[in-house]
Design a protein around this ligand. Sequence first.
Ligand SMILES: [Zn+2]
Ligand SMILES: [Zn+2]
Length: 289
Amino acid sequence: MTPAGAPFSGEEPLPAPGAFDAHAHMDIMGLPVDGVLAAARAAGIGRVVNVGCDLPSSHWSVSTAAEYADAYATVAIHPNETLLAPGGRPPGDPPHGGRLAPHTPSEVLAEIESMASDPKVVAIGETGLDYYRDWSPREVQREWFRAHIAIAKRTGKTLMIHDREAHEDILTILADEGPWPPYSVIFHCFSGDARMAARCAAAGYVMSFAGNITFKNAAPLRAAVEAAPPELILAETDAPYLTPVPHRGKPNSPAMTAYTIRALAALKNMPVADLCAHLQSTGTRVFHW
Ligand SMILES: [Zn+2]
Ligand SMILES: [Zn+2]
């Protein structure tokens, strides 16, 4: 049953204890937040972590989390946004808006750190390395990644990593900057194979899987799910991107985390309610909500 007024989520809600969306960009979705959260609730998704990629989206995440009980925030400069020099971005359609200029890197990082003290900021991210898009030189990305790691450790917040075709450098920098416990590390939109999942599991890193696990060509990603221990798994949408099957091609929305969670439960050969219980306890452990 879909409650009156909530957009149809396409499916029965998740069984108790339900779950949450560990990574979304409601600011980029451009829809009224109360409707997005209501649709998520109707699908059994009780919380949404909205992710900052630059200063404006980080501020948006923090103020939206202050306004809505079910919304939480992360703050960071996305690796694709780390280039300060004007003209550094190619023309086209960048996913996240806003150049850092005219601020200096230390001003930007100080602002991220001051936002991070807000109790509804649950992670520093998305930060990391993106070697697929080379909008920022790799050494610049690595510098910013290390600076975000330092902020995560100083503030005690979880590190939320964006890793695109940069597995080895990310693992090396994390090992370098360790030891990690009691700090938590999440690989958002986990994109490694079973071997990478085993390496992350050995280090205690959390793997957050997105709707692309349902894509036809994603066999290596599904093998990674099989290799990941249930207590190190999260589910996310990365909305409005990566819409899961059967809605591929439409904009994604936090309510659709439910599809990914059902697919994860099937791959883990586990009742959906049991996977939800794992997700909830991992969420409490890493986001401290
Ligand atoms: Zn990302
Ligand atoms: Zn994202």
